[in-house]
Design a binder for this molecule. Structure first.
Ligand SMILES: C[S@@+](CC[C@H](N)C(=O)[O-])C[C@H]1O[C@@H](n2cnc3c(N)ncnc32)[C@H](O)[C@@H]1O
Length: 259
């Protein structure tokens, strides 16, 4: 991440268990990820690397299917991930620039890709993924949005995950998340994601502010850069109105086109 580390991944990472239900929307998304992998992979898939694995909510669902390794920049988020998935392996690193000794059958890059703020970042990420895939393996890339789908000043309010609150984790805390996306300069490749947290600890309110700098690219940039990294590219529409995901297949007999 550039400039400032988002507070959600540093001093406020303790709120992550309250953001979304690992057994709700993450479970539905991961079932679809498994379907995409099984449809396109040209080899049996036993191992999966989740780049930008965050607090391990994807890992929580994918570990039923694969031996999951997660990689993330944030030590605080990795601590969340380890707590939720003690049986998985988690590694600290930058997904644009990492070197692991092994290759994987599948790689998942989803919401963390929003932190790639230039096409150069995306290219480095896709080349790193290509280097870490077995021939015939697949990368699933799922952008949050594109320039074509961006909605100026979009604002979303959500309550903390009721299941986590019911389990009392973290204790005696109620949270409301207010997310606002604004692009001050639509000619460049970034926008501002602002998050306000209304945190009530034992009923006492505090309001915290968190700035995220996020990347936004035209839809055709994604398949173009994946092809340049050496992948055969397919796209996928999960649900009506959802942003396309891309499935990159590393050709079974591929030489190191993309690195
Ligand atoms: C929204 S969270 C991911 C949540 C995750 N999908 C889960 O299942 O819990 C985004 C993550 O991207 C990570 N991140 C951002 N830039 C990164 C980079 N260059 N390399 C690795 N991780 C990065 C952040 O540290 C953060 O944990």
């Amino acid at each position: 991440m550039d400039e400032r580390t988002p507070r959600l991944y540093s001093d406020l990472a303790w709120l992550w268990p309250l953001w979304g239900d690992p057994d709700g929307e993450y479970a539905e998304w991961c079932a679809h990820v498994v379907a995409m992998i099984e449809e396109r992979a040209k080899r049996p898939v036993k191992t999966l690397l989740n780049l930008g694995c965050g607090g391990g909510k994807n890992a929580h669902n994918l570990k039923r299917h694969y031996a999951v390794t997660g990689l993330d920049l944030s030590s605080e988020m990795l601590a969340n991930a380890r707590k939720l998935n003690p049986e998985c392996r988690f590694i600290q690193g930058d997904m644009r620039d990492f070197a692991l000794p092994e290759r994987f059958d599948a790689i998942l890059i989803d919401d963390a890709v929003a932190y790639m703020t230039s096409q150069e970042d995306l290219s480095r990420l896709f080349r790193a993924a290509h280097r870490h895939l077995e021939p015939g393996g697949v990368v699933i890339v799922s952008p949050d949005g594109t320039k074509e789908t961006f909605e100026q000043n979009e604002t979303h309010v959500s309550r903390g995950n009721a299941a986590a609150e019911a389990e009392g984790e973290p204790k005696n805390v109620d949270v409301v998340f207010i997310e606002n996306n604004y692009d001050p300069d639509p000619t460049d490749d970034t926008y501002d994601g602002l998050i306000l947290y209304l945190i009530r600890e034992d009923g006492k309110l505090r309001v915290e502010v968190d700035h995220h700098t996020l990347g936004i690219f035209a839809a055709d940039v994604w398949p173009t850069l994946l092809r340049e990294a050496g992948f055969a590219v397919f796209d996928d529409d999960w649900r009506p109105g959802s942003v396309k995901s891309y499935i990159g297949v590393k050709p079974p007999a591929a030489c190191a086109t993309g690195g």
